[in-house]
Write a new protein. Structure first.
Ligand code: ZN
Length: 316
């Protein structure tokens, strides 16, 4: 049987100034900062993780804040939109909240029977809220009341010049199946399907090529239950000729990376061990966590990072 992934694990994007990033994802979208660590490949830069209360796979959005990096350009060969789900009954709450927080959004529209609000985060990252049936809990103790909280990732949209090759990789080797189609867009689902397990592939033959930088997505990670399943995917894509990395220890999950035929960087990440591996689940994200191999440089790393303040909702 072909290897399987169960949907989205996380999305990682590049932001500018870190405080502005925290202010938006916690203060506006109401997600929990579940981990404050550094980019393991560039330890003097933060790596910030947002998610539901536990940072469950499928709810995680992460950022490398590169305060001085140039703005990127959204285009072909990229993940062009990251969508979060909100309860179907919370559309009114969210339109009001976005207006109140000064976030300009486009006219709500329908996609595959669900209403979508589209806006940019403070660094120009294309983001959506999709009003959906979603049984996940979201972050229940955050700045947004539990009944309205963001439930997690809904789907991601990849823009690729030749959709067939990307589609073939997803269906033949990553466990996705086609579930819907509309003009220029095909939706795939993995595992149990539904929000958090959906990927849209958008035909981008006439799009300009994207360029990596602030306000663009760096990669999308798909989830596997364990390292065995990860190795099965690794073997499969290596046999197909993809240039796949060895298994890397990301402390909160194990990862492999390869570029899909359209140019988007894919990661396959394990569900375990998760964010409670080095921090009390009640205090996730409160202190700077470093992997064991960087602890010896803590003093120097801390000195290079700006302090961050996590917003709490001002009482009305
Ligand atoms: Zn990643």
């Amino acid at each position: 049987m072909a290897p399987q992934t169960q949907g989205i694990h996380h999305v990682t994007a590049i932001s500018g100034e870190p405080q502005r990033n925290v202010d938006f994802y916690v203060g506006v979208l109401g997600m929990r900062l579940v981990k404050k660590t550094v980019n393991f490949d560039d330890p003097e830069t933060y790596h910030l993780y947002y998610g539901d209360g536990a940072g469950s796979p499928g709810t995680i959005m992460t950022f490398f804040p590169w305060a001085h990096a140039p703005r990127g350009r959204i285009g072909a060969g990229q993940l062009i939109v990251t969508s979060f789900s909100i309860p179907a009954t919370s559309l009114g709450y969210w339109t009001e909240r976005l207006v109140e927080k000064g976030v300009r959004f486009e006219k709500p529209r329908d996609r595959f029977g669900e209403t979508v609000l589209t806006f940019e985060d403070p660094d120009g990252l294309r983001t959506e809220l999709v009003a959906a049936e979603d049984g996940r809990a979201g972050y229940r103790e955050g700045p947004v009341p539990a009944e309205h909280s963001v439930r997690g990732l809904h789907h991601v949209a990849l823009a690729v010049e030749a959709t067939e090759r990307t589609a073939k990789l997803m269906t033949d080797s990553l466990g996705f199946r086609q579930v819907a189609e509309t003009e220029g867009r095909v939706r795939f689902a993995a595992g149990e399907g539904g929000p958090g397990a959906l990927v849209d592939v958008v035909g981008a033959a006439d799009f300009p090529r994207g360029a990596m930088g602030v306000g663009t997505v760096h990669h999308v990670a798909f989830r596997v239950p364990d390292e065995g399943a990860q190795l099965a995917v690794r073997e499969e894509v290596a046999a197909l000729g993809y240039n796949v990395t060895p298994v890397l220890d990301r402390n909160y999950f194990r990862s492999i990376y390869f570029r899909e035929p359209g140019g988007v960087l894919f990661e396959i990440a394990t569900d375990p061990p998760g964010f409670a591996v080095d921090e009390d689940p009640d205090h996730l994200g409160e202190s700077l966590k470093l992997p064991p191999w960087l602890e010896k440089n803590r003093e120097q790393i801390e000195a290079a990072l700006p302090p961050l303040r996590v917003p709490v909702e001002e009482s009305a």
